[in-house]
Design a protein around this ligand. Structure first.
Ligand code: CA
Length: 762
């Protein structure tokens, strides 16, 4: 039994076009015979011969009708409930649990919630396996509603049958069940009672550069004809590949065009140019484009691209890359600061170099990458700042640590000095970032010994090898004339700053010690010490003594005195002789007639000492007085005045011891007394002087005498000068004689010894 093709059994009607189906079904149902019978329209049928399990019931329906009832709505249910007879086991309908889902078996569609029509408290799956559905008909309650039941239970099969066949309507339209017949509701594109005609579309032609391949189902270029368009290699269809003729007689679109395949549009290169030749349109199949780059840029990639049939260029567009200069490395101890316009280290990149503190750039500050891919110069180096090269100090050593090169930034130099030398200045210098050392290099100065002075009275003669009085200086000491060195002749300054010994002294040469002379004194002046060089000693003698020898001695440089020391000898007085008519008796203490010698004088009889009895030799070398004379004893001088005439002899002196005077009187007078007197040793005359007594006029005599004097003078003038002198003398003596006549007159000591005999006659 073929299945009916009808609106209600159409898959499209089930569950979606419920209203239409309901109307049609309802109409069909109204023609149902309530018993098993053949009807040429959609009808309900039920088996009234026996009951079947659900599977058998379905086979029954599908064998004799179309299938178990599947169309369901409330009115239809109500209708079925009203027209079907009550049956004790009720009726199977076409719903079954498949995979635990209630499913319309005719369409294998799940039962929707809206379409459920379960009886109260159903489905309850009582006793399990209640996988099939029955419909209560004319039940006391829940009539027309569903109940799940085990499928093995036996119930009546409730079937339906459609009147349309599969071949109805030329299979080009829906077969619509009508009462006992059907009509064709032609599908679009078809028309005619049995939909035997197809709608025509305009004929199509192949496009330029392309082809056309059509498939006609119902005739050339009719409904459902489909035409596929193709294009030659390098061309592509612009439009649908396939056009189909629609039910309205129109193609589903415009016929496509074969257009040259388009390659992606190429843009001018950044920093480059594009030069294309287009054969079929811009950037279409077979277009060729060549690329070039600006100065400073180089093409990376193909020079020429061609648009292939695949719409692809034969390669990727090249890039204009800036020419690369060699990559610059950051200089050691420096920094690199680049400004890149087109990429690192490329054309027009400028790189500035800077150096760390303590380093200076040797080379250009800035380099630029040229269009030739070369830098404008060589990259500079950061070279450590240089400090002046240091030399080892004289007499020292230099030990440097160079971190960045000889005598450059951060170099440190330590100075040390040889033995005997000490560093004057910093031990360590460091080269600063300014290229200067942190200080002046120290010098190695010879260790200093205490400055030596020339010794007093000496000289110092030093040889300084490294500076005055420093290490290795040697000093020789010498002394002035008259001085000798006491100590080392030579000292040397050691590395410890000490002399090898104490400086010597110059001590004055010593002369023998002098003692005071006997009877004398010593008075020394010592300039350099007792009895040493240049000491001078003056000798002096006691009173009465005189120095025999140099007064002064001097100690010479040879340690000898300039002379022998003098002696003090007693002062000498003149040698005294015994006086005439006397004797001398001396006592000498220090030598004949020397200081303190005393001499006593004595005179013979008739002589008297005129002077000191005792003389002493004084310190002056003189006698304490004029040595005395032994003078003859004098008697009073006698004067023979006229008329006395006196004639004396003076053997020892005038009127002295031994003198004898003889008297006489002039004429007219006579002598009264002794005519002779002798001077005795006691200075007395042996007798009184006599007198002359006048016999005649004395006055006359006197006058005569006076006048006679004048006359004598006159005569003398007339005679000779000698006579004059004698006359004067004579007169003078006369005057004296007058005085001597007086015995009381002073005799004085002026007399001279004379032996002349005075002639009173003259
Ligand atoms: Ca049940």
């Amino acid at each position: 039994m073929g299945s009916a093709v009808g609106l209600c059994s159409s898959p499209r009607a089930w569950g979606c076009d419920w209203n239409i189906a309901r109307l049609l079904c309802f109409a069909a149902i109204s023609w149902v015979l309530m018993t098993q019978m053949e009807v040429g329209a959609w009808t309900y049928h039920y088996g009234d011969k026996s009951d079947y399990s659900w599977e058998v019931a379905r086979n029954f329906c599908r064998s004799f009708y179309t299938d178990l009832v599947a169309i369901q709505n409330q009115r239809e249910i109500a209708y079925l409930n009203s027209v079907l007879p009550h049956h004790r086991t009720y009726y199977w309908i076409g719903i079954r649990k498949i995979n635990n889902v209630w499913t319309w078996v005719g369409t294998s569609k799940a039962l929707t919630k809206e379409a459920e029509n379960w009886a109260s408290r159903e489905p309850n799956n009582k006793g399990r396996n209640q996988d099939c559905v029955e419909m209560y008909i004319k039940r006391d309650n829940d009539a027309g509603r569903w109940n799940d039941e085990r499928c093995q239970k036996k119930k009546r099969a409730l079937c339906y049958q459609a009147s349309c066949q599969s071949s109805s309507c030329s299979q080009r339209g829906d077969c619509v069940e009508t009462i006992g017949n059907y009509t064709c509701d032609c599908y679009p594109g078809f028309y005619g009672l049995e939909c035997e005609h197809a709608v025509k579309c305009p004929a199509l032609a192949a496009p330029g550069r392309g082809g056309l391949n059509c498939t006609h189902w119902h005739g050339d270029f009719t409904y459902n004809s489909s035409c596929a368009f193709s294009c030659e290699t390098g061309f592509v269809r612009n439009g649908s590949e396939t056009l189909e003729c629609t039910a309205l007689g129109q193609w589903t679109g415009l016929p496509p065009l074969c257009e040259a395949i388009k390659c992606p549009m190429l843009d001018s290169l950044s920093r480059g140019q594009l030069n294309c030749s287009h054969w079929h349109g811009d950037f279409m199949y077979n277009s060729t484009c060549s690329f070039s780059c600006e100065t400073g840029f180089v093409r990376i990639g193909s020079e020429t691209l061609e648009c292939t049939a695949l719409g692809q260029w034969t390669g990727s567009p090249p890039l204009c890359e800036a020419l690369k200069c060699p990559v610059l490395a950051t200089p050691g101890r420096g920094q690199l600061n680049c400004t890149n316009w087109h990429g690192d280290f490329t054309y027009n990149s400028t790189c500035a170099f800077s150096c760390e503190t303590g380093f200076v750039r040797n080379g250009s500050e800035t380099l630029e990458c040229t269009a030739l891919g070369q830098w404008t110069g060589h990259p500079p180096h950061c070279e450590a700042v240089k400090c002046p090269v240091l030399d080892s100090p004289d007499r020292g050593q230099l030990n440097c640590t160079h971190r960045h090169g000889d005598f450059t930034y951060n170099s440190t130099c330590a100075f040390s000095c040889e033995t005997g030398f000490v560093r004057n200045g910093s031990e360590t210098l460091e080269c600063t970032a300014l290229g200067q050392w942190t200080g002046h290099p120290p010098r190695c100065e010879a260790v200093k010994c205490p400055v030596l002075d020339s010794p007093d009275r000496g000289q110092l003669n030093c040889t300084h090898r490294h500076g005055d009085f420093t290490y290795n200086s040697t000093c020789a000491f010498s002394c002035e004339m008259g001085f000798v060195r006491n100590g080392s002749e030579t000292l040397e300054c050691t590395a410890l700053g000490q002399w090898t010994g104490h400086p010597p002294r110059c001590e004055a040469v010593k002369c023998p010690v002098l003692d005071s002379p006997d009877r004398g004194q010593l008075n020394c002046t010592h300039r350099h010490g007792d009895f040493t060089y240049n000491s001078t000693c003056a000798f002096s003698c006691e009173t009465g003594f005189v120095r025999n020898g140099s007064e002064t001695l001097e100690c010479t440089a040879l340690g000898q005195w300039t002379e022998h020391p003098p002696r003090c000898e007693a002062v000498k007085c003149p040698v005294l002789d015994s006086p005439g008519r006397g004797q001398l008796k001396c006592t000498h203490w220090h030598g004949d007639f020397t200081y303190n010698s005393t001499c006593a004088f004595s005179c013979e009889t008739g002589f008297v000492r005129n002077g000191s009895e005792m003389l002493e030799c004084t310190a002056l070398g003189q006698w304490s007085d004029h040595p005395p004379l032994c003078e003859v004893m004098r008697c009073p001088k006698l004067r023979g005045l006229e008329p006395i005439l006196m004639n004396c002899s003076h053997p020892l002196g005038s009127f002295s011891y031994g003198s004898v005077c003889r008297f006489r009187c002039t004429q007219g007078y006579f002598l009264n007394g002794t005519s002779r007197v002798r001077c005795q040793p006691d200075a007395h005359w042996s007798d009184k002087m006599p007198t002359c007594q006048e016999e005649a006029a004395p006055y006359f005599k006197q006058v005569l005498l006076y006048m006679g004097g004048g006359a004598v003078a006159l005569v003398a003038l007339l005679l000779t000068g000698m006579l004059i002198a004698l006359l004067i003398k004579r007169l003078s003596d006369k005057e004296e004689e007058k005085t001597l006549l007086n015995p009381t007159s002073d005799l004085g000591v002026t007399g001279v010894f004379t032996n002349a005999t005075f002639d009173s006659n003259l």
